[in-house]
Design a protein around this ligand. Structure first.
Ligand code: GGG
Length: 357
């Protein structure tokens, strides 16, 4: 029996509900598969932990996580703790600490769901957004001075290194080369940001010359929002900076039907450290504790985790079960239904029984 050690960190808000749902579905999958086992350790890190200990995770949190095969993460964000403390104290601390530099965000319109875009059929929107996940606008470089005085100053410096840009470009080109359309769109803002973004364009052109099988085009991030909305069929794989891709992937999720369905893999492609899998949505404190959260984003993230672990057949089965449920319901309110998290979770477990192992 193949055994994988999984660290479950539900975090805050609806993260707690959707990770519990995801683990239920994963248990059901393991039982019916029979070939692998997930040995899950639970960590109560997040804003409640911060309230007790003054930090989002213990000082040796990364050392604790290091031996795991993967991390299954919920969300961060709380009304009681400033957002930059929750984000940097847990999610970014793990992503940067484990050099999970490739953040991969697939988007497509799942069966039975519809796009808010007029005339956009399921096959018309099938994208993967690759978010640089280790530097750029999230490098953490900057500072504040003269607090409270009229000359108060804050600086937030984006950092783009040749090493960082080359490796995310190579990752994105390779991913594009494995997809049927083999097309990559490089997103920047190199008309206005004439240093780091111009380096992106130059490195994209260099790597592009090595990857003849992939067609490439360039788009400014503002124009990209228009193209995503008006010409979704022209897009396949997108590579963009940490901040740009974060914004574009929220738009992508909404265009595919709901942010509640969208998954993420935070990958260390070299596998020196555990990679982390999470729905792209945040903690949604407005609906937390009411059983209303859409668990599909957490389920699809579990599919990505299984793929990363090498359990492609189980991943495929879980994805087919998810698609059966998006097709025939039940659906949560964000998808136009009235079902609760538990009903969708039960339905996916039942659908698994109907998808052959
Ligand atoms: N599960 C994703 C999550 O918790 N996101 C919280 C958030 O605020 N993320 C901002 C970012 O990743 O840039």
């Amino acid at each position: 029996m193949r055994t994988y050690r999984i660290a479950a960190i539900p975090g805050d808000g609806i993260g707690i509900e959707v990770i519990a749902a995801g683990l239920t579905v994963l248990e059901s999958l393991q039982r019916s598969d029979g070939g692998f086992r997930l040995d899950v350790a639970h960590f109560d890190w997040g804003s409640a932990y911060y309230g007790k200990h003054g930090r989002m995770m213990p000082e040796d949190g990364l050392a604790t996580l290091r031996p795991f095969d993967a991390i299954y993460f919920g969300a961060v964000g709380s009304p009681d703790v400033p957002d930059h403390i929750t984000l940097w104290g847990l999610r970014i601390a793990i992503c940067q600490g484990f050099d999970q530099y490739a953040n991969v965000r697939p988007t497509r319109i799942l069966p039975g769901l519809s796009s808010p875009l007029r005339d956009c059929a399921p096959g018309d929107l099938d994208w993967v957004i690759v978010r640089e996940n280790s530097e750029g606008e999230y490098a953490g470089v900057g500072g504040r001075a003269h607090r409270g005085l009229p000359e108060e100053t804050a600086m937030e410096t984006a950092v783009f290194t040749r090493h960082g840009v080359e490796r995310i470009m190579r990752f994105a080109f390779e991913l594009a080369s494995k997809r049927p359309r083999k097309h990559l769109t490089v997103v920047t803002k190199s008309n206005a940001q004439r240093h780091g973004m111009v380096l992106w364009d130059e490195i994209a052109a260099e790597i592009g010359r090595e990857c003849a099988g992939v067609t490439v085009d360039k788009e400014l991030v503002d124009a990209m929002t228009v193209r995503m909305t008006l010409k979704p069929k022209t897009i396949d794989v997108v590579v963009a900076t940490n901040l740009h891709a974060d914004i574009l992937s929220d738009l992508a999720a909404a265009l595919a039907g709901s942010i509640g369905i969208a998954p993420t893999a935070n990958l260390d492609p070299e596998r020196r450290f555990p990679s982390m899998f999470e729905p792209i949505h945040g903690s949604a404190f407005d609906i937390m504790g009411r059983g209303l959260a859409n668990p599909i984003g957490a389920f699809w993230s579990a599919v990505m985790m299984l793929e990363h672990l090498g359990e492609a057949a189980a991943a495929g089965r879980l994805m087919r079960a998810i698609e059966r449920v998006t097709e025939s319901g039940p659906r949560t309110a964000d998808l136009g239904g009235s079902a609760k998290t538990a009903a969708v979770t039960r339905a996916v477990c039942e659908a698994l029984a109907a998808v052959p192992a």
